[in-house]
Design a protein around this ligand. Sequence first.
Ligand SMILES: [Zn+2]
Length: 419
Amino acid sequence: MNFIQIPEGMETKYFVMDEHALKDVPELLNTAFPGKTPWIIADGNTWNAAGKALSAMLKTQKEAKIFPAVPRLHPDNSICDELAKEMDDSLVPVAVGSGVINDIVKRASGVAEIPYCCVPTAASVDGYTSYGAALSVDGFKKTMPCPAPYAIIVDLSVLKTAPADMFASGYADLLTKVPAGADWFIAESMGYEKRREDVWNLVQKDLRKWVREASDLYHVFMGLAATGYSMQMYRDSRPASGAEHLMSHVWEMEGLSYKGEDVSHGFKVAIGTMASVKLMYYIIDHSFEELAPFMEEPETREEYEKRVDALLVKGCYGPAKSVAMEKYFPVDEMKKRREKMKEIWKQLQKDMKNQLFSVAEFEELLKKASVPVLPEEIGLDRNQYIHGILTAQLIRKRYTILDFLYEAGLLNKAVKEVL
Ligand SMILES: [Zn+2]
């Protein structure tokens, strides 16, 4: 068995990855979950991709739970509660599937308080190895707390059979760690969240190697797994997500679809990445002094609230208004923050430039991986695209390039000029 090293202190204790690792699953289950009866949970597609073959290899098992392939399973928290009722200490749930199946089983086994095993069928997300599951709760997307898989076993030949779009989406999600790293520099330089070295290195040290070749499944999965670990370690998605993810959340909450299908997470964050990186270069390419004459006057609380209400008028963004209002700074405070920006500007330009590829390189990497780079390729018209970017600044506490530009009084100008 090709065991891959796991950073210390993780909830995940076993990670096996190999060209034909499916055949190792029974032995791994015996080793990692002695005496437990496996229970495969899959959907119609992932059952055919790996579940059926795995089931045939198991001596004893609880009859597999197979969700229909069509309509596509939605990651709803209520499904998890139902599954959890069927889980007891004699079982080991085995999630055979991509992000949605894994999130559902992760949460269900978390509720049931039993460890589970993950057998991914696509290199489509970084959530396999992360703490928490992205689920809909009463119509709103939330990260529900639950432990990461105790064991994960990756068969590369299975991943190869996944639809090309899923792999493209996973690659795009991995590439977001580049601008997400730059966002962490921005936050740190403004006095928020100092970068934690072990967490930072886990994602950033080998990131360039992992993203170099989009067709290199092994390295892309390594990168996605490492990102998941970093979130286990940090108990937050900061190491893996910046402004590009916030934009994607806005479009997701608006129910963005293209040609009748939900747009994948990876494709949304890819469009976010292109926007985010262009905005970052707006800072990199201009000195503070050059831009100072164009900085808008800080908003009064009334002006701010009016703008927030207008951006959130669709009402589909959960408790975004209260988050947005907490982010307001009075005019005097805002002026002080601009002084701070002036002090840190040059160093920040350097750090961001070291962290990022050029805009053209990002575009080339994404295109080579068959990932969309234009808003219209995922069904965003100009209004929804720009609205998503401006709204992304309000919906979470996480400090990103969007907050930096907003506080500098440059967000509108930058958006107009570079997007
Ligand atoms: Zn992501």
